[in-house]
Design a protein around this ligand. Structure first.
Ligand SMILES: C[S@@+](CC[C@H](N)C(=O)[O-])C[C@H]1O[C@@H](n2cnc3c(N)ncnc32)[C@H](O)[C@@H]1O
Length: 312
């Protein structure tokens, strides 16, 4: 049987090996530490292998993966369950959008493995992350996969869950406050309001091959709020299409950067002028685009001491 021993260096057993050259150094070091720390258990290439291991007399500690929503940035917006899972974890696999201070809740001896994108580095491919989670849990470790916001909202939590379940790994999902909810509370822009908006839509503005194929007719309906994740790079296209599909030029709109964190900034503008206002304010990622009459409430709420000082 193919076993991982304490003294065996980590060898990815699938196509993960192909991407080794692009991995951040912390990633490789983290994996080696994590895999050499756990009990001596077989590697798992799929449920069959895992089942045969479970049938053995040897019964090492069972590993588990918790897909944990880290919320929009402010550590106080973590759920109690998220705090419990983070502080009990043997290994934490995290990326860019996990707010400052959240990893400090982990045990000092827990392994932290960064799989995100930093200047000059590519993010670890999703298949490699899935594979890593399986490998760590198969070693008997309590693994926390920390994700910004909610794991099931534009967070690829579904893909990770699918692979874990297929590999026979115990897994749970701990929901988090999604960026739109955090932004709403931190800017005083309610997502729904009986006088302004009866529907809220979350959509992605991520460009594919320079284009964005969204259901513009649905997004441009009146009396609703549209929140666009990952849309900053497509802001001009988004505003142009919404106007072309019937939203009035003076529809209130906003871009909110780093909501709930000390770096939060907001630009509000009529829809037609939003790209220019956002460029002038030099807002970068992470940012949300919000379109709808609820944005007009921000000005009123900005008088509240807790919400002051976030305008760009
Ligand atoms: C890959 S998606 C992850 C969304 C996350 N799972 C959630 O539920 O919030 C990343 C995008 O979320 C948005 N985002 C995440 N955190 C944010 C924040 N604190 N402020 C503004 N936008 C944020 C940005 O649009 C960013 O590009």
């Amino acid at each position: 049987m193919n076993t991982l021993r304490h003294d065996t260096p980590y060898r990815p057993s699938t196509d993960a090996r192909l991407h080794r050259a692009s991995r951040p150094r912390e990633y490789n070091q983290g994996i080696c530490r994590a895999l050499s720390a756990g009990p001596d258990v077989p590697s798992t290439d799929g449920p069959d292998n895992l089942e045969s291991w479970r049938g053995n007399d040897v019964s090492p500690r069972r590993g588990k993966v918790s897909l944990v929503g880290a919320g929009p940035g402010d550590p106080e917006l973590l759920t109690l369950r998220a705090v419990r899972r983070i502080s009990a974890a043997d290994a934490l696999v995290y990326d860019n959008l996990v707010g400052d201070g959240i990893l400090d809740l982990a045990r000092r001896d827990a392994t932290r493995i960064y799989v995100g994108k930093r200047a000059g580095n590519h993010a670890l491919p999703q298949e490699d992350i899935n594979h890593l989670l399986v490998e760590l849990a198969a070693k008997g470790l309590k693994v926390v996969r920390l994700k910004g916001g909610d794991p099931f909202i534009f967070g690829r939590g579904g893909e990770e869950m699918e692979d874990l379940v297929r590999a026979g790994i115990d897994c749970e999902i701990v929901p988090g406050i999604t960026a739109a909810s955090g932004m709403a509370a931190a800017t005083g822009i309610p997502l729904t309001h009986r006088d302004h908006s009866q529907t809220v839509l979350f959509t992605t503005g991520h460009l594919r091959d320079g284009t964005l194929n969204l259901d513009w007719d649905a997004l441009a309906r009146p009396h609703q709020t549209v929140v666009i994740y990952m849309g900053l790079g497509a802001l001009e296209i988004i505003c142009r299409e919404l106007l072309a599909h019937g939203l009035p030029a003076d529809t209130p709109a906003a871009v909110v950067h780093a909501a709930t964190t000390p770096r939060q900034r907001i630009v509000t503008s009529p829809l037609h002028a939003l790209p220019e206002a956002t460029r002038d304010a030099k807002l970068g990622t992470p940012s949300l685009i919000v379109v709808g009459h609820v944005v007009s409430l921000h000005e009123l709420a900005a008088a509240l001491p807790a919400l002051a000082a976030c305008s760009a």
